[in-house]
Design a protein around this ligand. Structure first.
Ligand code: ZN
Length: 476
């Protein structure tokens, strides 16, 4: 399973839109922050994504929103948008970054679009969406479950959020810190008695031998205040746990929405809480060590309340960012794509069209999905996909890293360990689709996440190397 791959790393020196100030702000310049939120709730009746069969949404449990935070110092600007979506399609992020950059002059390379990974969000991208959409049109002449072009709609709203946040830029103080958040996140991969590794084996499964990977309990927190001891107006946390505790069929934003509700009780209704999903590819909320039920109807509130309490307790202990000095960098790393044959593609399509069996088993669907994803990626990119890694430096001790896809926790932990910044926020699910990026070790072990991945082993380690390179290059 192991192979040596040659990755071509192209460091884009963030040459887009570099004005006289260049890319790095000077510490003596005022640090400004703007925050804005736009609604991206799809019409009820659109299909819900995140699974291998897409149910139709029946209502709105929580509005879905896009939250934008724009940073500015000495003419350097950077933007982060986190959407209540399961994943971001490359089409969506490309549209947003291009249009937002044109409207605000924030360089494309300085704009990160990522998803919280809520599973209460629309099915708008990828091979399953394409098949379901095509089937509906073939059967009925139109797709009643896509009454709008969701990509265009969400892109427009994300651009508006960035424009609005940019217009609201005002001097801000930033406090930062990291605390431990135990008891919520669990590694979901286990070595089993039969010698295999299995994901989500079920509570109290007697076949479990031991857990196959770690948990990252660190919760980095950044709070934006009005200068000189003003009230907090926004926060950013990055936590490595799957946002998949909510189960539709109504639109839902899962526990990040409960975290915001909790913080608003303390800081007022205008407070914006931005939750970035950390590297949570192999991490979720299921504690297999007991058999207590964890119903999707109540888990989002429980987890949101626990995070709220942790953040509120941590805020008085946060310290001002050391030497605010805004800078941003982006790099593209070429990740080799798996191979597929025409026969495999034909069979995968038959699986989804229920021609192989009327009730395909889970792994047959997952495998077939990967084959179609590989086909689509190869059509678009050839042998390797250009994966983008980005870093926004806030100050000499604080940086935000974003990675595409659903990255395994070990990889995010490796980035933090090697990072020269004391506080490194690692966000996944940025810019491109939500499939897993396992470690080389996990590729060798197999199981669900590995079966989803259209990339070759080594993809995760290449992301780490690229991120660490960017971070080291940005350390003042
Ligand atoms: Zn996931």
């Amino acid at each position: 399973m192991y192979e040596t791959l040659n990755y071509v790393v192209i460091i884009l020196l963030a040459i887009w839109g570099v004005a006289n100030h260049g890319d790095d702000a000077r510490a003596r310049d005022d640090f400004k922050v703007g925050v804005a939120v736009e609604d991206i709730t799809p019409p009820v009746g659109m299909r819900v994504g995140g699974n291998y069969v897409s149910p139709v949404s029946t209502g709105v449990h929580d509005p879905l929103v896009a939250k934008a935070i724009v940073f500015e110092q000495g003419g350097v600007k950077a933007a982060l948008v986190v959407c209540d979506l399961t994943g971001i399609s490359l089409d969506l992020s490309n549209l947003v970054r291009k249009a937002a950059s044109k409207a605000t002059e924030i360089p494309v390379a300085h704009i990160i679009i990522s998803a919280t990974h809520t599973h209460g969000a629309p099915q708008y991208q990828g091979p399953i969406r394409d098949l379901e959409h095509a089937n509906e049109i073939a059967a009925k002449g139109k797709d009643a479950h896509e009454s709008i072009d969701y990509t265009a709609f969400a892109a427009d709203r994300c651009v508006r959020a960035i424009e609005h946040a940019n217009a609201l830029l005002k001097p801000a103080a930033i406090d930062v810190g990291a605390v431990d958040q135990p008891g919520l996140a669990f590694n979901r991969r286990f070595h089993m008695k039969n010698g295999y590794v299995r994901f989500n084996p079920g509570k109290k499964n007697p076949e479990i031998v031991r857990v196959a990977g770690p948990v990252d309990t660190e919760l980095p927190i950044l709070v934006v205040r009005d200068p000189a001891g003003g009230k907090p107006r926004a926060s950013l946390v990055a936590f490595a746990m799957h946002v998949a505790t909510y189960g539709g069929p109504e639109w839902g934003a899962d526990f990040p929405a409960h975290l915001e509700t909790g913080l608003r009780k303390e800081f007022g209704p205008d407070f914006v809480s931005i939750f970035g999903e950390g590297t949570a590819g192999d991490i979720n909320h299921i504690d297999v060590s007991n058999d207590a039920p964890q119903p999707s109807a109540t888990e989002p509130a429980r987890i949101g309340a626990a995070l709220t309490s942790t953040v509120l307790k941590a805020i008085p202990g946060l310290k001002p960012v050391d030497t605010p000095s805004l800078a941003a960098r982006s790099a593209i790393v070429q990740l080799p794509i798996e191979d597929v044959t025409d026969e495999q593609v034909a069979r995968a399509l038959d699986v989804f069209l229920r021609k192989v069996t009327p009730t395909p088993d889970f792994y047959l669907l997952v495998e077939s999905h990967r084959i179609l994803e590989v086909r689509d990626r190869r059509k678009q990119f050839g042998d390797s996909e250009p994966a983008e890694v980005q870093v926004i430096r806030i100050g000499s001790d604080t940086a935000i890293v974003s990675l595409p896809h659903e990255v395994f926790v070990e990889l995010g932990m490796a980035i933090k360990k090697a990072s020269p910044f004391k506080h490194t926020f690692v966000l996944s699910l940025a810019q491109d689709a939500d499939y897993y990026v396992p470690t080389r070790k996990a590729f060798a072990e197999g199981s669900y996440e590995v079966v989803t991945c259209p990339l070759k082993p080594g993809c995760g380690e290449a992301l780490v190397e690229t991120a660490v390179g960017l971070l080291k290059g940005l350390k003042p």
